[in-house]
Design a protein around this ligand. Structure first.
Ligand code: SF4
Length: 324
């Protein structure tokens, strides 16, 4: 399967300044710390973890809203750092995003037709005429289940689920290879969530688009993802096929994270692991395994040596001293 977008050893460190000593850097918040994974055509990579673990920072790095401190992003096998201006414009068209809150991401003063057409107008590499664009808007709205008759309406005239469909149409109109779905269904009612997820899956099958599905709700991640990355304090702790990770939950953090949300069997609820304690600060990370202050399996080595991601099966890696 061909890799469309690849992240290699991405780090994103934010400097922390001392307010009293002008511009003196006193340390770094390690928001993303040596993360690598790839997105394949027509497949979904799910990224899970507690809030503040670095998931959305990764989205910003991919969208070029943040410049990574280190590491490289490859698109169709070529490093973004070597892209010429035209290639970068194509990249921006090929990688689209849909965020959690369609109310703030859709301009309330613009009509739906103009909102959906906007990325096409900005990046009109095909030199489409006004009537071509109107036709494409109508076609894309139909693809997401919104009647083109309503294209002259404003966002407030739609429900939350419909607004998210409009946000999706705006992402789709330029024919992207990748769509980043950053908590895109989290704010919706469960029944609407299911409708949008089914729509996303249908569109993936039809258009062969890859998704980066970022969510804290594990049930939605399970439904959507082919591969999965479990993040904790900026690092991937478990990375592999979604079904296998959800079933086996090898890493103690994954085990704890998933037990609360989806017990592997109702009879096992009492034996499931509970995730306790506060997430440490990304500014002052614990020595060794960054999960060790909260881990019920912690050993002496865990507070001394940080475990690397190691293969536990084909295309399946875990960072934990229990699996050397
Ligand atoms: Fe727990 Fe140690 Fe594994 Fe970290 S390395 S998850 S502390 S057992």
């Amino acid at each position: 399967m061909s890799s469309l977008l690849e992240l290699k050893n991405i780090k994103e460190y934010f400097p922390v300044m001392n307010a009293r000593i002008f511009q003196k850097v006193v340390g770094y918040i390690r928001a993303v710390d040596d993360v690598s994974f790839s997105l394949n055509e027509g497949r979904t990579f799910g990224l899970v973890g507690e809030s503040g673990c670095g998931k959305s920072t990764i989205a910003k790095v991919i969208l070029q809203l943040e410049k990574p401190t280190a590491g490289a992003i490859y698109f169709r096998g070529k490093a973004l750092t070597g892209f010429k201006r035209g290639e970068m414009a194509d990249y921006h068209a090929s990688v689209q995003a849909v965020f959690q809150d369609p109310t703030s991401s859709l301009n309330p003063r613009m009509r739906v037709a103009d909102i959906v057409a906007e990325p096409l107008v900005i990046n009109n590499s095909q030199n489409n005429s006004r009537s071509d664009i109107t036709d494409m808007v109508a076609q894309t709205l139909m693809q997401v289940g919104i009647s083109p008759d309503r294209s002259k309406c404003f966002p407030h005239e739609f429900s939350g689920g419909q607004r998210q469909r409009i946000a999706l149409a705006r992402a789709l109109i330029v024919g992207p290879g990748v769509i980043i779905l950053d908590e895109s269904v989290s704010a919706l009612d469960v029944s609407i969530q299911a409708q949008i997820m089914n729509l996303l899956r249908d569109l993936q099958e039809e258009l062969n688009v890859a998704y980066l599905f970022i969510a804290h709700d594990l049930a939605t991640v399970k439904y959507m993802s082919h591969r999965l990355g479990v993040m904790y304090l900026g690092k991937l702790l478990e990375h592999g096929p979604a079904g296998k990770i959800i079933e086996e939950r090898i890493h103690p953090y994954t085990k704890a994270l998933f037990s609360a949300a989806m017990p592997s069997h109702p009879d096992l609820i009492k034996e499931e692991v509970v995730l306790t304690g506060e997430v440490p600060s990304a500014f002052d990370l614990p020595e060794g395994c960054r999960f060790h202050p909260r881990c019920d399996r912690a050993m002496k080595i865990c507070s001394e040596v940080e475990p690397d991601l190691k293969d536990v099966a084909e295309n399946y890696q875990v960072a934990c001293h229990l699996y050397p």
